[in-house]
Design a protein around this ligand. Structure first.
Ligand SMILES: NC(=O)c1ccc[n+]([C@@H]2O[C@H](COP(=O)([O-])OP(=O)(O)OC[C@H]3O[C@@H](n4cnc5c(N)ncnc54)[C@H](O)[C@@H]3O)[C@@H](O)[C@H]2O)c1
Length: 479
C-alpha cells in the first residue's frame, strides 16, 4: 500500500523498527522486511536505511556540536513530513530531541522514536500533545507536522505553553484558525515559523534579492504561470495490524482509517491539491511580485477520483490578478493529479526576460531567458549572478530537414541560476528557525506572511464554488 508525498516519491509505511545500529552490509543488501511490506514498502525502507546510514557516518552527534547551547525539541506529528523534517534536523548542530508525539502510536510514533534513539536522542513518545507539554518542561521548541486541521490548536497551545513553534504549511485549513495562530504568537512573544520552505531556499533568495531586486533582469513582469502536476497515485493505506482503534480515530477527528491516511482529500481536514501544493507556489507569486492579489477566478472539479473517498477537487486552474508597483499582472496556476507531465515550477515572464524556477534540484532548478530586445546581461554574468548563455542556434534541423520560417522569433538564450541546494530541501528553513531561536536571525516566514498566503490560496476553493471571480477586500490580508 503506497502513495506519494509532495515530491511524488513513494510514501509507503515502513514497519516500526527496534533501535539497532545497521551495518553497511545490511543497508546495502536490504533487511528481511520484504514480505511484510510489499514491494513499495521494501524499496522505501531500503532507501531510508541507506540514507540514515549515510547520515550516521556524516554527522554522528550533531546535537553535541561544540559551542552551541542545545535547543530541546519535540516533534508533534511523525508522519511522512515529520520524518522528512526529522531527517533535516538531524543534520543541524545543537538540537536535542526530547519527545515525539503522534496519535498513531503503533506505527509512526514508534518508528520515529526508534530512529531518534538510533541517533542517541533519548526521546519519550506521547499520544496526547497536552500530556507531552505537561511533562516535558524543558522543551524550547515544538515542530508541528500534523494534518492541516490540527495546526491551529497545536501551534497555539504550544505557544501558550511557552514554546517556540515551527508549524508546517498550510498554516491552517481555516482563516479563523490561522488568525488565532498569529494572535497567539503576538500574545506570547514566542516565535512561529510556518513551513513555506522556499522562503529560505538559497536559489529563491538569490532570485528574489539579486535577479529580480538588484539586476531587475525580467524588466516589467506582466504574466506568471506555474503548476504542480502529478500522476495518478493509489490512496494511502496501512496494514491491518497497524490500524488505529476506532475510538482513537474518532477522538482525533477521523471517521475511519482511509480518512486518517488520506486527510488531504477531505473537507474540514485538508484543502485538496490546490491548498496542499498550490500553497507553496502561490506564496512565491506574491513574494516575488511584492503584492497580494486583488482578485481570483478559478475552475476546478473532481474529474477523475472517486467522490466517495475524495471530497476536494483533483483538478484546479486559477487566474489571479495582481496590482503591483510596476503595473497589473495576471498569474495562472494549475494543479492536477492525473498526469505528472512537466512536474512543478513557477515561471515569471517580463518584457525583458523570463525566470523559470523550481524547488526541484533535478528539474528546472533555475533558468533564465533574455528577450532578444533586452539590454545585455554581461554585467550579471561577470558578477556570477547568472551563467553565460547556452546559445540557441537558428538553422535548419539536419535530421528532419525542417526549415524555420524567416519571421519566426529567435529563441532566447538560456542562462542558469548558479545556485543549488546541497542539503535536504527543508533544512535551510529549519536552520533559519533555530538560528532565530538563538537570536542570530530573523524568521523568513513569520505568521503574518503565511497568513497572507493562506488568504490567497484558500480563496481559490471559494471561487470554484462561487463559479465567479472573487475580489479580495481591503484589509483582508491583515490580522
Ligand atoms: N513543506 C512541505 O513541503 C510539506 C510536505 C508534505 C507535507 N507537509 C505538511 O505536513 C503536515 C503533515 O503532512 P504528512 O504528509 O506528514 O501527513 P501524514 O498523514 O503522513 O502525517 C500526519 C501525522 O500526524 C499524526 N496525527 C494526526 N492527528 C494528530 C494529533 N491530533 N496529534 C498528534 N499526531 C497526530 C498522524 O498519526 C500522522 O502520523 C501537513 O500539514 C502537510 O501539509 C508539508
Amino acid at each position: 500500500m503506497a502513495g506519494q508525498d509532495e515530491k511524488g516519491k513513494e510514501k509507503a509505511p515502513a514497519a516500526p523498527e527496534q533501535p539497532r545500529k545497521l551495518d553497511r552490509r545490511e543497508v546495502l543488501m536490504g533487511l528481511s522486511t520484504v514480505p511484510a511490506l510489499g514491494l513499495f514498502g521494501y524499496t522505501w525502507q531500503k532507501q531510508r536505511q541507506y540514507q540514515q546510514a549515510k547520515l550516521q557516518a556524516a554527522s554522528p552527534t550533531p546535537a553535541a556540536a561544540a559551542g552551541l547551547r542545545e535547543i530541546n525539541v519535540a516533534l508533534l506529528g511523525a508522519g511522512a513530513q515529520g520524518q522528512v523534517l526529522t531527517d533535516a534536523m538531524l543534520r543541524i548542530p545543537g538540537l536535542r530531541f526530547r519527545a515525539v508525539c503522534d496519535v498513531w502510536t503503533e506505527y509512526n510514533q514508534k518508528r520515529v522514536v526508534n530512529i531518534l534513539k538510533r541517533f542517541k536522542h533519548e526521546v519519550n513518545g506521547y499520544e496526547d500533545y497536552r500530556e507531552m507539554l505537561d511533562k516535558e518542561k524543558e522543551l524550547d521548541a515544538v515542530v508541528v507536522a500534523t494534518p492541516d486541521f490540527w495546526h491551529a490548536q497545536h501551534a497555539t497551545d504550544c505557544l501558550k505553553a511557552g514554546k517556540h513553534v515551527y508549524c508546517e504549511k498550510e498554516m491552517s485549513n481555516t482563516l479563523e484558525g490561522a488568525r488565532s495562530m498569529v494572535a497567539a504568537a503576538r500574545e506570547t512573544g514566542k516565535l512561529l515559523q510556518i513551513g513555506h520552505q522556499r522562503r529560505s531556499n538559497p536559489r529563491y533568495l538569490h532570485a528574489y534579492e539579486k535577479l529580480l531586486g538588484e539586476a531587475k533582469l525580467l524588466g516589467r513582469i506582466v504574466t506568471v504561470n506555474g503548476q504542480w502536476n502529478r500522476g495518478v497515485a493509489p490512496d494511502l493505506g496501512a496494514p491491518d495490524r497497524y490500524a488505529v482503534p476506532e475510538e482513537r480515530l474518532e477522538k482525533y477527528g477521523f471517521k475511519n482509517m482511509h480518512q486518517f491516511r488520506n486527510w488531504r482529500w477531505y473537507k474540514g481536514l485538508g484543502g485538496g491539491p490546490i491548498v496542499d501544493l498550490g500553497s507553496h507556489q502561490i506564496d512565491i507569486y506574491s513574494w516575488f511580485l511584492g503584492a497580494n492579489p486583488s482578485g481570483v477566478m478559478a475552475s476546478g472539479g473532481l474529474l477523475y477520483h472517486d467522490p466517495k473517498t475524495h471530497e476536494w477537487y483533483d483538478t484546479v486552474m486559477a487566474v489571479y490578478d495582481y496590482e503591483t508597483a510596476q503595473g497589473p499582472v495576471k498569474a495562472y496556476y494549475q494543479t492536477q493529479t492525473t498526469n505528472g507531465s512537466q512536474g512543478y515550477f513557477e515561471n515569471f515572464m517580463g518584457d525583458q526576460g523570463t525566470l523559470v524556477i523550481s524547488e526541484s534540484e533535478l528539474n528546472y532548478a533555475g533558468q533564465l531567458y533574455r528577450d532578444p530586445n533586452a539590454p545585455a546581461w554581461d554585467t550579471w554574468i561577470q558578477k556570477g549572478y547568472i551563467t553565460a548563455p547556452k546559445l540557441q542556434e537558428v538553422q535548419a534541423k539536419e535530421d528532419t530537414g525542417a526549415v524555420a520560417d524567416v519571421r519566426e522569433s529567435v529563441a532566447p538564450d538560456e542562462h542558469k541560476v548558479p545556485v543549488a541546494l546541497r542539503d535536504p530541501y527543508h533544512q535551510p528553513h529549519l536552520q533559519n528557525f533555530f538560528d532565530t531561536v538563538r537570536g542570530k536571525a530573523k524568521l523568513n516566514c513569520p505568521p503574518e506572511i503565511a497568513y497572507e498566503s493562506a488568504v490567497a490560496v484558500l480563496k481559490v476553493n471559494e471561487a470554484i464554488e462561487a463559479k465567479s471571480r472573487l475580489s479580495f477586500k481591503a484589509g483582508e490580508f491583515e490580522v
